[in-house]
Design a protein around this ligand. Structure first.
Ligand SMILES: [Zn+2]
Length: 259
C-alpha cells in the first residue's frame, strides 16, 4: 500500500547525516511520496535542493507565520519567481497561515504576509499548506474574503469538529499527524471518527511531533505507519480501504505526485 507524507521537513539540518538512508527505509514502508513545506526564504534553496535530490519528493515553498520577523515584502516576489522556475517540483504554497498562539504575535504582519501568499497560490493554481493555531476563524474568514478556491491541507489540525466541517466546505483536508496517537487527544480522535474518509490526509511534521512513545531522538517520516494505524483505530472501514482513500485524497490535492 502506497502512502504519502503530506508534511515533513526533510530539508532541515537535523536530517543531513541520515537523509539518504531514511528515504530508503521509508520506501520499504511504502512511503512513496513526501511533501516538504517551506519555512523561511533563507531555507528555500536547500528545500529545492533536497526536494530535487529525492525521488518522489515535492516541495511547498512559503513563509511560516511563526518566523514572521524574518519575512520581507521582497520575499513574496522571490516566491513567485521560484515557483515559476520550479513548477514541476512545487505542489503547494506552504506552510502559511496565522499563529496567534505564539508570544506577542505580530497579527497585522502575519495577516498581510498570509494574504499575499494566498494571492501567489491563486496565481499558480496551487493549494495551500496551512499552519493555524488559535486563529481558525480568522484563517477561514481570510480565505473566504479573498475568494480562494484552490483548497489544501490544514496541517496538524487543532480546531473543533465544526471548524473542520467548515474547512471541508472550503475545499480543505484535515492533516492527521502524531497528535492522533496521544492518549489525551480526545477531540482530534473524535474528529477522526466523525468525518468522512475523504476529509483526511496523513502527515508526520518530522522532525516535530513524534507519536506517543516514539523512541527516536526526533521524529522522522518513518512514523507515518504508526500514525496511520492510530487513525485506523478510530475508523470502521478496513485498513486497506483507508490507505487507498487517504492516498487518493493526497493525489487529488497534488496531482503531480502521481506522474
Ligand atoms: Zn511544519
Amino acid at each position: 500500500m502506497p502512502f504519502i507524507d503530506t508534511h515533513c521537513h526533510l530539508d532541515f539540518d537535523v536530517f543531513d547525516s541520515c537523509r539518504e538512508s531514511l528515504v530508503q527505509d521509508c520506501l520499504k514502508d511504502g512511503l512513496t511520496h513526501l511533501v516538504l513545506p517551506g519555512v523561511t526564504q533563507a531555507g528555500w534553496k536547500k528545500l529545492l535542493d533536497v526536494g530535487q535530490a529525492i525521488n518522489g519528493a515535492a516541495v511547498a515553498p512559503g513563509l511560516h507565520p511563526c518566523f514572521i520577523s524574518e519575512h520581507l515584502e521582497s520575499h513574496l516576489e522571490e516566491l513567485r519567481s521560484l515557483i515559476s522556475t520550479h513548477r514541476q517540483l512545487v505542489v503547494a504554497v506552504g506552510e502559511v497561515g496565522l499563529d496567534f498562539f505564539v508570544n506577542s504575535p505580530d497579527r497585522q504582519k502575519q495577516q498581510r504576509i498570509f494574504e499575499q501568499q494566498i494571492v501567489v497560490a491563486d496565481l499558480f493554481d496551487l493549494p495551500l499548506l496551512l499552519h493555524v493555531r488559535k486563529a481558525h476563524d480568522e484563517v477561514r474568514q481570510t480565505i473566504r474574503r479573498l475568494k480562494f478556491t484552490g483548497g489544501g491541507i490544514v496541517h496538524c489540525y487543532s480546531g473543533s469538529l465544526m471548524q473542520a466541517e467548515q474547512y471541508l466546505a472550503l475545499g480543505f483536508k484535515i492533516g492527521i499527524g502524531g497528535v492522533i496517537t496521544f492518549h489525551n487527544a480526545h477531540r482530534l480522535q473524535k474528529i477522526a471518527a466523525a468525518l468522512p474518509l475523504s476529509a483526511f490526509v496523513l502527515e508526520t511534521d518530522a522532525p516535530d511531533i513524534p507519536p506517543e512513545g516514539w523512541s527516536g531522538e526526533f521524529n522522522t517520516p518513518k512514523s507515518l505507519p504508526e500514525i496511520y494505524q492510530a487513525f485506523c483505530s478510530h475508523r470502521s472501514e478496513s485498513p486497506e480501504q483507508i490507505a487507498k482513500v487517504l492516498y487518493e485524497n493526497s493525489v487529488a490535492l497534488f496531482p503531480q505526485l502521481e506522474s
